[in-house]
Design a protein around this ligand. Sequence first.
Ligand code: SAH
Length: 277
Amino acid sequence: MTDAKKAQLWALPNENPTNKPEFQGGLITRPFKTMKHIDTNFFVPPENIQNGRVIFTAEESHHLAKVLRVKVDDIVTVVDGAGKAYQVVITRADKEHSRGEIRGETKAAPEPVIEFTLCLGAIKPKHLEWAWDACVQLGISRLIPLHTEYGIERIRPDGKFFDRLEIVSIRAMKQSLRAVLPEVESPKTIYDIINEKRFDHLVVADENGLPNLPAKLPKLGESVALFVGPEGGFSAEERKAIADAGGVPVSLGQRRLRAETAAIALSTIALRWTGDL
Ligand code: SAH
């Protein structure tokens, strides 16, 4: 092709054979072809979704308008962290105050049928964030950081620690297309958790544990706690307390894993166990 022909080709107006608005009924006037569908989910808490209107938080507005350069009339998926996902048309794209209108509900990734809580020994915050990010993507519903006898890291009970973990939860929820925001609870000891008797099944990652998870599966509506020790491992007393409460020790192979790797590996095999992976 000659350069003149190429130039001619590029000079042609954009082809737009259908020129139909995507939605009937008012708001949308741009033709379908010029509308962008953004392939990133946004998180908007339920209180910011009312009467079909969506008000984006400052963080999400920034991500939407500044980072992804979403424009008015573009379509995004919004999840409310409580299980709902919507198709939303942007009506205002501003890096501080973005808004949208709901066009309908849409499907999010299914939640696991069994609720899994990761009880993970205190490790360095960066490592904890990394492990939690992966576990949320896999389908874990809740994190309880553990105060343990041999935990080297102390969890500072200040707001910053939880703010960071919440940011991780939101990011991983969006990444994995989940619509339910996993919770992070304040740190507890193994004894607190056992005394609360809130879990139907306890599974603990243990280098000397059984090669497989139990053949008897959790029933619908039951909950499972997954215990993983800190860098220093669990003490003999902690191990005994879990065993006395009916906890099942499970091996993750014959290589010693870092706590964060063990958390991801245990989450993976546990979700596979219940058919949730
Ligand atoms: N020095 C510690 C090692 C801790 S590793 C010790 O000797 O116990 C951190 C945690 O990861 C452990 O407490 C355990 O829960 C888990 N883990 C590491 N490797 C594992 C393996 N091969 N199988 C099962 N759990 C493992």
